[in-house]
Design a protein around this ligand. Structure first.
Ligand code: LMR
Length: 372
């Protein structure tokens, strides 16, 4: 705008736009005022005053919305990699309007405290393992812990990607939590300082488990003594001998270096461990709808990514455990595995009422678990 130039109806809009984009720094603001005083136009000064009054609002809008995403595993695991991938997608697609801060390895909260932190809004996103939702009072999620209920990822996906998975997620809403997706990890191995081949080998073994009654029943059915401990304490408990053994997919075993303090690893694939990606519901509902759509798209893509890498990641971790030579790998014969399955079936029977027989039957129908 030139000195003494009038604000015509046609250039009002462009002057506004120029002014708003110009007032990014104090210097430009002062320059703008000086220029307009020079122009001697009252209207222009009024516009400037109006724009300055709006400056704090504009600045506040420019600050990114922060999503704190806390998890308990290492970065080089399926969950670690997928949450980093989600961050990358979101920050790129929102042009920096959203900042995702990923805190791995229980750096912010351990698995005992993270659910509460989410409900209180201290973090906005988590991806706890499915075994940890009973702590919230949603015991149905323990259906995923039932031993031998899934033979492979295909059977699992019939549940996680179908109506049963959606129904379970809906159960989180009254808890102030919105479920976004299921992310795969993998099938568990069993480790200890003695070879675990037959159920009798478990007798008296103190086994670290996640806080799930199904896993508790599973270990008791084998004759072991289950000890529920946060993931962040598992390695230390194994190292000091507070517990004798544990179970986890190879990826968690390897990245936590548990194989370095366990003499034997049995390839049993006796159960599944995976995640539900969840968000604080109030935070989610308060987001601008365009941002929410971008986040939904990013979750969809990160889920595809997570589920594509999970098997390979676990295979590579198992290969690394073997290569390390730190623990001996035990492969079960078909008969030995059948014996585990038969013995662990007690965990199904014992938890029918807790999880709900109806839900268990629905899952059996999808997966063809033998008792169905
Ligand atoms: C565990 O506690 O063993 C797992 O849930 C850790 C994880 O999040 O994979």
């Amino acid at each position: 705008m030139q000195p003494n130039e009038c604000l015509s109806p046609t250039n009002w809009k462009s002057e506004f736009t120029k002014l708003f984009s110009a007032i990014k720094t104090e210097k430009t603001i002062i320059d703008s005022i000086t220029m307009m005083i020079g122009a001697g136009r009252l209207t222009t000064l009024i516009i400037t005053a109006f724009a300055l009054a709006l400056t704090p609002a504009l600045t506040a809008q420019a600050a990114p919305i922060v999503i704190k995403f806390s998890h308990v595993v290492a970065q080089n695991t399926p969950k670690g990699k997928a949450s980093d991938y989600f961050k990358k997608l979101v920050e790129k697609r929102t042009g920096g309007r959203i900042k995702v801060e990923v805190y791995p390895n229980s750096r912010l909260y351990n698995d005992k405290d993270e659910m509460e932190a989410l409900q209180l809004g201290a973090v906005q996103m988590l991806a706890p393992s499915l075994a940890k939702f009973a702590q919230l009072g949603v015991k149905e999620f323990e259906v995923f812990d039932l031993p031998f209920i899934f033979d492979n990822y295909q059977e699992l996906h019939k549940v996680t990607q179908g109506p049963i998975g959606a129904k379970l997620m809906a159960r989180l809403e009254p808890k102030g939590i919105h479920g976004l997706a299921y992310w795969d990890n993998g099938f568990k191995v069993m480790s200890a300082n003695k070879p675990l081949k037959a159920p009798e080998d478990f007798k008296g073994q103190k086994m670290r488990i996640q806080p799930s009654m199904v896993l508790d029943s599973q270990m008791r059915a084998m004759g072991a003594s289950p000890q529920a401990l946060p993931f962040s304490e598992a390695y230390k408990a194994l190292q000091t001998g507070d517990v004798d053994g544990t179970e986890n997919p190879p990826s968690n075993l390897y990245t936590q270096k548990m194989h370095e303090v366990q003499k034997y690893v049995t390839l049993s694939d006796h159960g599944y461990l995976g995640y539900a990606v969840i968000v604080n519901k109030k935070f989610w509902n308060g987001l601008p709808s365009d941002i929410r759509s971008i986040l939904e798209g990013a979750i969809k893509d990160a889920t595809k990514y997570a589920n594509n890498i999970a098997k390979k990641d676990n295979d590579e971790s198992l290969a690394a455990v073997k290569k390390s030579g730190k623990s001996r790998i035990i492969t079960l014969t078909a008969q030995e595995r059948a014996q585990w399955k038969k013995t662990m079936d007690k965990a199904h029977k014992d938890n029918m009422r807790r999880i709900g027989a109806g839900l268990i039957m629905e899952v059996y129908k999808e997966t063809g678990y033998p008792s169905y």
